[in-house]
Design a protein around this ligand. Structure first.
Ligand code: SF4
Ligand code: MG
Length: 321
């Protein structure tokens, strides 16, 4: 039976729903289309979320889904991928969940390079708890729920991801679903840890960085688009030869530089990509059967006697110090 886009739609409505017009709907549409176009059947996909509006994401899509704890979708996603590397594993977080509460996980996942896709819904506020400033809201910005302008500065997700070692780093825009879908497809195909920071207007609490703000600058002198696509400027994000240190530094430096462009012009698209060995490949060098017999696919008990199939006493012995 051939796959249909509607196969990703669930008939069960989430108990708590996103506000009408929320950017999250654009991300849902882009991811569903990406999975469909890549012909990845729903039963091969697991989506992990944390807490916040983005946490409801797995409730909106018909794949396997796990709604975890605040800031914890990444460790659950990484553990699942390592247990069964044949699954398509995707983690989703809001900016508070991923860049705040889950910040330690964000940093460490980059240097491991496990083959998962991490989508971050960046709306600069904690939407679910009524609009407090999140880690991405910049200094002196003030949204409607704040009594005073932001006393903290915001993090730069792209520069942070680059310095952690993520091997695919991109930024998308929730209302440009066609463009976002193409980025997500490339992130899923990418062999390694992929991060996509998604500018996701919160129509209820972020009254400064709205759809109109992202899309146009209109004043007496200008009528131009604020968001622009890196690929339309000839920007070359991909490291062709990962063994060429000079090229790696050059491509990473240009991505860092681009990541600080914010204001009148904001780039979206892929900032950086490099293909190096994944964590799973490194494990398979130590355990030759890792890909054919990963932990989740091993039989652990005799189906009839129910006794353990493996004697792990030797393993435990070898780990004793
Ligand atoms: Fe979306 Fe904001 Fe509503 Fe949350 S509060 S569902 S982010 S519009
Ligand atoms: Mg948020």
């Amino acid at each position: 039976m051939s796959l249909k886009l509607s196969d990703y739609r669930t008939k069960v409505p989430p108990t708590t729903q996103w506000c009408p017009g929320c950017g999250d709907f654009g991300i849902l549409s882009a991811l569903s289309q990406a999975l469909f176009e890549l012909n990845i059947e729903p039963h091969r996909v697991v989506i992990f979320s944390g807490i916040g509006c983005s946490g409801r994401f797995p409730h909106y899509i018909r794949t396997y889904g796990v709604h975890t704890l605040h800031g914890r979708p990444l460790p659950a996603a990484l553990g699942t991928k390592l247990a069964n590397p044949h699954l398509e594993v995707i983690a989703v977080s809001g900016d508070g969940d991923g860049y705040g509460i889950g910040a330690g996980h964000f940093s460490n996942a980059g240097r491991r390079n496990i083959d998962v896709t991490y989508l971050l819904f960046n709306n600069e506020v904690y939407g679910m708890t009524r609009g407090q400033p999140s880690p991405t809201l910049k200094l002196n910005m003030k949204t409607k729920a704040m009594a005073f302008p932001n006393i903290n500065d915001g993090v730069n997700p792209i520069a942070w991801a680059l310095s952690c070692g993520y091997t695919f780093v991109a930024r998308g825009y929730a209302y440009d679903t066609r463009h976002l879908k193409e980025i997500i497809k490339k992130a899923i195909i990418h062999k390694g840890a992929a991060v996509v920071d998604i500018l996701q207007p919160c129509v209820t609490y972020n009254d400064i960085h709205t759809k109109e703000w992202y899309e146009w600058i209109i004043d007496s002198e200008r009528n131009m688009k604020r968001l622009y696509k890196l690929e339309e400027t000839g920007y070359d994000y991909k490291v062709k030869d990962p063994t060429n240190e000079e090229e790696v530094i050059r491509k990473k430096s240009q991505a860092f530089e681009k990541s600080y462009e914010w204001g009148d012009r904001i780039p979206i698209g892929i900032f950086y990509q490099i293909e190096i060995s994944t964590y799973e490949e490194r494990i398979s060098q130590r355990y030759k059967e890792y890909f054919t017999k990963p932990p989740a696919l091993q039989e652990i008990e005799d189906p009839v006697t129910k006794s353990p199939k493996k004697d792990i006493s030797k393993l435990l012995e070898s780990l004793t110090v």
